[in-house]
Ligand binder design. Structure first.
Ligand code: HEM
Length: 496
């Protein structure tokens, strides 16, 4: 390498160093009082050297043993405050809800979504988009019979597709993603797709890949040091995938626009477009195409990946614990028989309900939650946390809190059952988080989880493929932004 080619890289490095030192200075200048403690930071990298970049939540849990339930770390130039344990997370998200309801800016998402939409937006834009999202999801049947009917139709299609495998080993990820995605797609676009539809398959793959990339060490580094982007390739793939998803959404809403009838709104997109027309000409409006694209994209991703991942954990756990699978099937026989499972059955099925809750607790699919930010200077548990601080309400520390769960690290449905076998609610059951940012799709997700899970166990018994023993089944997760099971095959043996 000659000097001419090294020079720009060297210059960039020096600029980056200056930028980081400047940021650290700015931080210090407005950090008043008692900032939460944390491990000693190194220049530039902060605490990066002690983090398990593939599973940062494990390092955070370890650090909380030394520094307590409110502590800080520094990832590159960014300081973060970690909240650990049920009491602390609840105190922040529920009791001081407004102060902890912000979202920090994340470089890759700023570049691809410009802070629009609902999940990663903030301030007034977030409030308007969240209100619209919740109302419109409800209007299109979230938590009501209209959507229940859609789930019933979809679990039949999923069951038929699985049955066509005739008990041969199958990998279910794409099928499960398609079935679950069809529910949110029916609300967003007003239709369902065939699982083999090439456009649908492509979309599912792009979304799935981006969620994986979002949790990759390479993108985490990029989000800390965007200037290093030229050395990292994952962020390019991420951006290209977003472009392709956006192109699909644009074509779709143009199609909807052509036949839009304000008196016959058939989908979330229709309702958004009607609001857009009402707002037409207003300066500072919110119902523009950027928000539409970002909301649809994020609902599609949030609505598919989380529920589908939880169900895949559920089936893996049923293979691992056949005695639990059998007890669920016995309860299904007793209460539902061969009728189609409906949400009204849930109250009569405490064991199945407890198993579904325990799957969510044990699978712990969003261990670090989504990041929050303080919306004002806050005094919290004796510490001073300035406005705009990056906050991690560590969900894994709540779902595995030793003071709340009898056997936190085991799969134990009895966590949700009393001595008489009745279902009991647990305050520390927080897989959907809590407070102002609590998951906007919680009601829909709970309905989907119960109906898909029950219908699959009514129709099939799940076994490991021949040659694989129960002890071979691996419950350690694969690397992604969320905790997903490692790819596995299973045999779905028809029960009829
Ligand atoms: C098992 C399924 C699901 C789980 C475990 C889950 C979990 C979560 C969590 C932990 C958050 C972050 C909350 C926070 O920032 O404190 C979240 C946010 C969100 N989820 Fe879900 N979710 C699920 C399903 C869904 C579904 C089906 C939808 C779509 C209808 C959805 C839509 C959203 C939205 C829009 C947000 C952002 C809320 C905001 O920032 O105001 N989720 N979810």
């Amino acid at each position: 390498m000659d000097w001419v080619s090294i020079f720009p890289v060297g210059l960039l490095f020096i600029l980056m160093l200056l930028l980081i030192l400047k940021r650290q200075h700015v931080w210090k200048s407005h950090t008043k009082g008692n900032f939460p403690p944390g491990p000693r930071r190194l220049p530039i990298i902060g605490n990066l050297h002690i983090m398990d970049m593939k599973r940062p939540h494990l390092t955070m849990l370890e650090l909380s043993k030394t520094y307590g339930p409110v502590f800080s770390i520094q990832m590159g130039p960014r300081k973060m405050v970690i909240l650990s344990g049920y009491d602390t997370v609840k105190e922040a998200l529920v009791n001081q809800a407004d102060a902890f309801a912000g979202r920090p800016k994340i470089p890759i998402l700023e570049e691809t979504g410009k802070g629009k939409g609902v999940i990663f937006s903030d301030g007034e834009n977030w409030k308007v988009m969240r209100r619209f999202t919740l109302t419109t999801l409800r209007d299109f049947g979230m938590g009501k019979k209209a959507i229940e009917d859609r789930v019933v139709e979809e679990y039949r299609c999923l069951g038929d597709t699985i049955e066509a495998q005739q008990g041969k080993p199958l990998e279910i990820t794409l099928m499960m993603n398609a079935a679950v995605a069809n529910i949110i797609v029916s609300i967003l676009l007003g239709k369902r797709y065939d699982y083999e539809d090439p456009t649908f398959k492509k979309l599912l793959t792009l979304v799935h890949e981006n969620i994986r990339l979002f949790g990759s060490p390479s993108l985490s580094i990029y989000n800390m040091f965007p200037v290093l982007g030229f050395l990292l390739k994952d962020h390019k793939t991420f951006k290209q995938n977003v472009k392709e998803i956006n192109a699909f959404i644009k074509v779709t809403f143009i199609e909807h626009l052509k036949v839009l009838d304000r008196n016959d709104q058939r989908s979330f997109i229709d309702t958004f477009l009607v609001r857009q027309q009402e707002e037409n000409g207003k300066a500072n409006g919110y119902f523009h195409n950027e928000n539409l694209t970002a909301v649809v994209r994020s609902l599609f991703a949030a609505g598919m990946e989380t529920t589908s991942t939880t169900l895949r954990w559920g089936l893996l756990l049923m293979m691992k614990y056949p005695e639990i699978q059998k007890k669920v099937q016995d309860e299904i026989e007793q209460v539902i028989g061969s009728n189609p499972p409906r949400i009204e059955h849930r109250t009569q099925m405490p064991y199945t309900d407890a198993v579904v809750h325990e799957i969510q607790r044990f699978a712990n699919i969003l261990p670090v939650n989504l990041p929050h930010a303080t919306t004002a200077d806050v005094t919290f548990k004796g510490y001073f946390i300035p406005k705009g601080t990056y906050i991690i309400p560590l969900l894994t520390s709540v779902l595995h809190d030793k003071s709340q769960w009898e056997k936190p690290d085991m799969f134990y449905p009895e966590h949700f059952l009393d001595a008489n076998g009745k279902f009991v609610k647990k305050d520390a059951f927080m897989p959907f988080s809590a407070g102002r940012r609590v998951c906007a799709g919680e009601t829909l997700a709970k309905m989907e989880l119960f109906l898909f899970f029950t219908s699959l166990l009514q129709r099939f018994t799940f076994h490991p493929p021949p040659g694989v023993s129960i002890s071979d089944l691996d419950l350690s997760p694969a690397i992604s932004f969320n905790i997903i099971p490692k790819p596995y095959k299973m045999c779905a043996v028809s029960r009829s």
